[in-house]
Ligand binder design. Structure first.
Ligand SMILES: [Zn+2]
Length: 656
């Protein structure tokens, strides 16, 4: 492992807290050191209070901050002397400890300090760095882990057996540190948990961490336990309906829709097909704090019922030893290893599934390396349980509040690169859905830069392209629950007697046939939607009220309307609702430039303003108005409605 310290970069950070921020970000940049909010850092400073008295203050990382992106306000200031007095107490419950930390913060609005704050306080050095480095975990979780750690580091580190983070661990370290520490000590190893390094200087503390981890890497390399290859296995063709079926069962077990991310890359698939997978994958997490996201172990195969029964047993066996009564979490898995699908991660949000995937990618390395040293020794279930059901961890989850309307669900929107389609994508994202946007325009791929969005350039009249796009959607999110059929074209005006055959065919191909292809590709997925499938068709006012010169458009939209009505009849038994919106005069789309609008207004002898509001309510209809209706049609308001046709047009006189 290389030090990433760069003097020019460091110079942009001022003062000891600034350099604390910089070095913390360097740790966060290396995923083999810390992942997703894992690890923490601190600095001890002397500062004058309002009375001019010098005080020793500990600035420690607050929860909710990630080391990679931390800012100075991500550190919570606390009085060091008081914290040290706490570590000397005989007893302190974790809720009491949290209370003391919260009530002694020296800055209003500072985040809750790390549950490892007292460990930082008791170490004598100015800068303290803590990581959950993969290499160190592989060694401490191998047979004779403690002996190996002592052999590698000698008296350069203090070695602490596994104790759950919190007051007990801090109190143990407060007693043990002075006994083991020597002049040469630069760090502390917490077995089955992680590593600490410390120094008077931020760079030195950081580089000591790099050095300690490098020593572990060299130890593994010397024993051929660093780059552990997996036999290469050919991936099976992705079976999207099987993935969607699995997601449905997991959602049922969780009692709420869950997203499912599948990864059949060689590393994950090779691990899922490892001859010893049933033993090596079932031990427990690489470091305890993964468990709150991943549960203790992945499901093997797809037996969600069997997984739930085993989870209940684990809960009952361990809950009876807990100090206070515990309530069981849902028994659904958060990960699965399957010989065909590879690895699957389940979560309420796309971000959650990504985090789980990344945690397990590192877990695979940690397990294989420990195996190469003689055998992976995971934490015991009772330790994992203590973390999973630790009140402080449960509180973090509870704090997340009530989930958005479409959390855990997936919407696929066609023609999403602009206009009504783009507004629909936004409306569904705003309501917590993961969104798949399809469009002929390649800009669709980067329309939104967020983990709950997948954009794919796709010609919807090409059946093969539609199949691949739907496969990609299911691989990333696990299914399609809501479908918005928006893509369409508005051919140039032609009188019936002059209609060009090619133009007529392309209107039918895009406005009718392409929608049929998408509906057919998604039917089985909509049927498997945990809350039932929903389809919204973006029709047109031209269906009930066609316009002269727009035969191809009106006829194709009318055909689509009939297609939707028949599908509503046929798919109702599959729990799929299909409703149609008939928008009119939506002018904030790429189709309508200011010039075109002005010339149209002139043709009708109206001002631009009058032209835009030429409806009963004298109101302007925007893409957003249509999109909001589309999203609401997929929600509980329309739960009992199918085959409805709703105008969003400000009122059309000839339709009243
Ligand atoms: Zn830790």
């Amino acid at each position: 492992m290389k030090s990433l310290w760069n003097d020019a970069e460091a110079a942009q950070f001022s003062g000891p807290l600034g350099l604390r921020v910089y070095a913390s970000r360097l740790l966060g940049r290396d995923k083999a050191l810390v992942l997703h909010g894992g690890g923490n850092t601190s600095v001890k400073l002397r500062e004058k209070n309002l009375f001019g008295e010098e005080e020793e203050i500990l600035y420690v990382k607050g929860s909710g901050w990630d080391l990679e992106t931390i800012e100075p306000q991500g550190f919570t200031p606390l009085p060091l002397g008081y914290l040290r007095r706490l570590t000397a107490l005989e007893k302190l419950s974790d809720p009491q400890m949290v209370n003391e930390l919260a009530t002694h913060s020296l800055r209003a609005g500072a985040p809750a300090p790390s549950v490892e704050t007292l460990l930082h306080a008791l170490l004598p050095h100015k800068y303290v760095d803590h990581t959950h480095a993969d290499a160190v975990l592989s060694i401490s979780n191998a047979p004779d882990g403690e002996k190996r750690v002592r052999d590698i580091y000698g008296d350069r580190v203090v070695v602490i057996p596994y104790i759950m983070a919190g007051f007990d661990l801090a109190a143990y370290c407060a007693r043990e540190y002075p006994k083991q520490a020597t002049q040469r000590t630069v760090g502390m190893m917490l077995l089955s948990h992680g590593a600490f390094s410390f120094a008077e200087d931020p760079r030195e503390s950081y580089e000591r961490m790099i050095e300690l981890v490098t020593m572990a890497e060299k130890y593994l390399t010397a024993r051929k336990a660093w780059s552990v290859a997996l036999p290469s296995v050919p991936a099976a063709a992705f079976k999207r309906e099987e993935a969607a079926q699995l997601r449905r069962e997991v959602s049922k077990a969780a009692g709420t829709p869950m997203l499912c991310l599948c990864n059949d890359s060689p590393r994950f698939l090779g691990f899922a097909r490892h001859p010893e997978v049933a033993r090596i994958s079932q031990g427990g997490p690489a470091t305890p704090d993964h468990v709150i996201r991943t549960k203790p172990r992945p499901m093997l195969g797809r037996d969600t019922g069997g997984f739930g029964a085993a989870y209940r047993e684990y809960f009952e066996a361990n809950a009876k030893h807990a100090k206070e009564p515990k309530t069981m979490l849902d028994p659904a898995p958060r990960m699965a290893l399957d010989p065909e699908l590879g690895f699957a991660a389940f979560g309420r949000s796309a971000k959650d599934t990504r985090i789980i995937e990344e945690l397990y990618e590192h877990t695979i390395d940690v397990i294989l390396r420990a195996e190469a040293l003689g055998g992976w020794r995971a934490l015991k279930d009772r330790h994992t349980f203590d973390i999973e059901y630790w009140d402080l961890e449960q509180a973090k989850l509870r704090k997340s509040g009530s989930p958005p309307l479409f959390a855990g669900e997936i919407a696929l929107v066609t023609g999403a690169a602009s206009g009504i389609g783009k507004a629909c994508a936004e409306a569904f994202l705003k309501r917590g859905a993961a969104v798949v946007g399809l469009d002929r325009n390649p800009a669709i791929a980067d329309l939104f830069k967020r983990q709950d969005y997948l954009g794919a350039a796709c010609d919807l009249t090409d059946a093969g392209a539609v199949q691949s796009a739907v496969d990609a959607a299911v691989k990333r999110f696990g299914g399609v629950d809501m479908l918005v059929l928006n893509a369409g074209i508005f051919p140039s005006s032609q009188a019936v007697k002059d209609i060009d055959a090619g133009m007529w065919k392309s209107a039918m191909a895009v406005n009718v046939e392409a929608n049929l292809l998408v509906m057919q590709a998604c039917h089985a997925l909509l049927k498997l939607a945990p809350r039932g499938g929903r389809v919204v068709v973006i029709g047109s006012k031209n269906v009930p009220a066609p316009g002269m010169g727009a035969a191809a458009y009106s006829a194709s939209k009318a055909a689509l309307n009939q297609l939707a009505r028949v599908a509503a009849l046929e798919w109702a038994k599959d729990g799929i609702r299909i409703n149609t919106i008939h928008p009119n005069a939506v002018y904030d789309t790429a189709l309508w430039t200011e010039e075109v609008l002005a010339s149209r207004a002139k043709a009708y002898n109206l001002t631009l303003e009058q032209y835009k509001k030429n409806n009963l309510l004298k109101t302007e209809v925007s893409s957003k108005d249509v999109a909001e209706m589309a999203a609401e049609m997929c929600g509980p308001l329309f739960a009992k409605t199918t085959a409805a046709q709703v105008p969003v047009d400000g009122g059309t006189e000839k339709l009243v």
